[in-house]
Ligand binder design. Structure first.
Ligand code: ZN
Ligand code: ZN
Length: 93
């Protein structure tokens, strides 16, 4: 059985050394080493990743963080019990 190389983090296919990019201790095809939003090739010193090991350029990683931040605010607001309590208090008064 032939030795299998590491698998590409993006496409899950075997990465051969000649076409490999190593980053975060993970293997990538050089052609797969790109922003998952804009598909632009990313320089290894500029690359960002999320928890799922998806790669992003600086621009789209920032945008992702902004969206995540907005979502967490929305969740906090929708879980905030104060408005309904205020309503209850007013009804009791
Ligand atoms: Zn790949
Ligand atoms: Zn991008």
């Amino acid at each position: 059985m032939p030795m299998e190389g590491p698998k590409c983090t993006v496409c899950s296919k075997t990465v051969y050394r000649a076409e490999s990019t190593l980053c975060f201790g993970l293997s990538f095809h050089t052609k797969c080493f790109r922003c998952s939003v804009c598909q632009q090739h990313i320089r290894i010193e500029k690359v960002q990743r999320n928890k799922e090991n998806e790669l992003f350029c600086n621009v789209h990683f920032k945008r992702l963080q902004e969206i995540a931040h907005q979502k967490s605010i929305t969740v906090l607001v929708s879980l905030n019990p104060i408005p309904s309590n205020m309503e209850t208090l007013r009804n009791q008064a």
